[in-house]
Design a protein around this ligand. Structure first.
Ligand code: PGA
Length: 233
C-alpha cells in the first residue's frame, strides 16, 4: 500500500505568502497531503498541491456562524478531512458524538476521513489506553457502515506525544496499531506525535504503519524533506 503523509500545518504559517513558499519549498510529492488553515486551501490547490482540511462541520449549509461545511471543502478540492484531532477534542471540547456526526457528514460528501484517536498520558499510566481507543472508535464510528470503512484512515496519535518532542516508541506504537487493525482489518493506520527526521523511518519499517501525520516537522522544509526521503514508496 502506498504510504500516506499528512502534513498538518495547524494554525500556521501566519501569512498566505509564507504558506505558498513553504509548499513550493517542500516540492510536490504525490504521497503528501497538506492540511493548511482554511484561508489558504484555495491558493494551495491552485498551486497543484494535494490538499486536505483540518476539520469540517457536520451540516451542509445554514445558520452556523464560523463553521465550514463538507460540501464547501469538497468543492474547493479537498480529498481528506482530519476529524477528531486531539487539539479539537481537548482544547475545543469535541466529544465522540460530535466527531461521529462530522465523520458521517464527510463520508456522505465522498470525502476521505483521517480519524484521529489516542489516549492521554494519565490514561496510559492507568493502563487504560486500549479501553480509550476502543470507545473512541466505537462511538466515533457509530452507525457507519462497514462498506464505508475503506474511506476512513485511522491516525493513532497519543495525546502525550503531540507537539511535545516525546514521541511514542515504535514498539508501543506498533502494539496500538495491531490492536486497531484487529478491530478494523484492512484499514490504513497512520502514526502521529512528535515525528521527526530521526524517528520517522521507524514507524514505517519497525512498526508497520501505513503513513504518518506530521505537525511541527511539516513546517520545516529541510526536516520534512528528509522525513520523506526515509519513507520508501
Ligand atoms: P506534532 O503534531 O508532529 O507536532 O507532534 C502531530 C499532529 O498534528 O497531530
Amino acid at each position: 500500500m502506498r504510504k500516506i503523509i499528512i502534513a498538518n500545518w495547524k494554525m500556521n504559517p501566519s501569512t498566505l505568502d509564507q504558506s505558498l513558499k513553504l509548499a513550493k519549498s517542500i516540492g510536490f510529492d504525490s504521497r503528501v497531503v497538506i492540511c493548511p488553515p482554511f484561508p489558504y486551501l484555495n491558493q494551495l490547490k491552485n498551486l497543484g498541491v494535494s490538499i486536505g482540511a483540518q476539520d469540517s462541520f457536520w451540516e451542509r449549509e445554514g445558520a452556523f456562524t464560523g463553521e465550514v461545511s463538507p460540501v464547501m471543502l469538497k468543492k474547493i478540492g479537498c480529498k481528506y478531512i482530519i476529524i477528531g484531532h486531539s487539539e479539537r477534542r481537548w482544547v475545543l471540547s469535541e466529544t465522540n458524538d460530535i466527531i461521529n456526526k462530522k465523520i458521517k457528514a464527510c463520508l456522505a460528501e465522498g470525502l476521505k476521513v483521517i480519524f484521529c484517536i489516542g489516549e492521554k498520558e494519565e490514561e496510559r499510566k492507568r493502563g487504560k489506553e486500549f479501553d480509550v481507543l476502543k470507545s473512541q472508535i466505537k462511538e466515533g464510528l457509530k452507525g457507519i457502515l462497514i462498506d464505508d470503512y475503506s474511506k476512513i484512515v485511522i491516525a493513532y496519535e497519543p495525546v502525550w506525544a503531540i507537539g511535545t518532542g516525546n514521541a511514542c516508541s515504535p514498539d508501543e506504537a506498533e502494539e496500538m496499531r495491531v490492536f486497531i487493525k484487529k478491530m478494523f482489518g484492512d484499514l490504513a493506520v497512520l502514526y502521529g506525535g512528535s515525528v521527526n527526521a530521526l524517528n520517522a523511518g521507524d514507524y514505517i519499517d519497525k512498526a508497520s504503519f501505513d503513513g504518518l501525520l506530521i505537525g511541527g516537522a511539516s513546517l520545516k522544509t529541510v526536516e520534512f524533506k528528509s522525513i520523506l526521503k526515509k519513507i520508501k514508496l
